[in-house]
Design a protein around this ligand. Structure first.
Ligand code: SF4
Length: 200
């Protein structure tokens, strides 16, 4: 049996948007700020990405995230850069390809933090932009969220890609050329050498 339950009118949903960087989240944040996502009345951008390496790169992405949120007057929260703990969470999966088991663990690690953040701060739901890049598998992100968020609702929004790209063209964002962790560096000889060093 299929039962359709319409959303109650005037329902207030407080949403945490888990974000990896400004270029990926630009459209989503604008849509949320403009009230385009049904039932969401309040939201905060959560930048919790201890997967990003090295710290200089993390700081660049974090500062761009802050700059964009502040330009729109949007609330944000910044988690700790506990990269050693993140490394423990993906130990044994270092040689997995992007979209493989290491990424499963990485998404789950960050969603677990989003869940704790939501519970502590009175938010009902989590959405993310972890899957918007063309290098990502949105279904993998959705599955990690559904496994991890427990009593916190997951909202699998498909964000407006045209909007994201047009804001990106107009915003002169800092743009990275790899996902974030040391294992996702593009495979140049120099990067390979650095991977070997940091993986020890
Ligand atoms: S490639 Fe990206 S999603 Fe996968 S483990 Fe590294 S930082 Fe996380």
């Amino acid at each position: 049996m299929f039962v359709y339950v319409p959303q109650a009118k005037n329902k207030i949903m407080r949403l945490v948007l888990a974000s990896c960087c400004a270029p990926c989240s630009a459209g989503a944040i604008k849509q949320l700020a403009d009230g385009e996502i049904a039932d969401v009345d309040d939201f905060i951008v959560l930048f919790y990405n201890p997967n990003i390496f090295p710290n200089e790169e993390y700081m660049k992405r974090m500062n761009e995230q802050i700059r964009y949120c502040e330009s729109l007057g949007v609330k944000y929260a910044i988690g700790d850069w506990n990269h050693d703990a993140w490394r423990d969470a993906v130990r044994g999966l270092e040689s997995e390809p992007e979209r493989g088991a290491r990424c499963d663990a990485c998404f789950a690690y960050r969603f677990a933090y989003a869940r704790e953040f939501a519970l502590k701060n009175g938010y009902d739901a989590v959405a993310s932009v972890f899957g918007v890049s063309k290098h990502k598998d949105q279904s993998q992100v959705d599955a990690a969220a559904q496994r991890t968020l427990g009593e916190i609702k997951y909202i699998p929004v498909r964000w407006d890609e045209n909007l994201r790209q047009s804001i990106g063209r107009a915003s002169n964002f800092y743009r990275q050329n790899y996902c974030g962790c040391e294992f996702s560096f593009r495979k140049t000889p120099a990067a390979q050498k650095e991977i070997v060093l940091v993986a020890k």
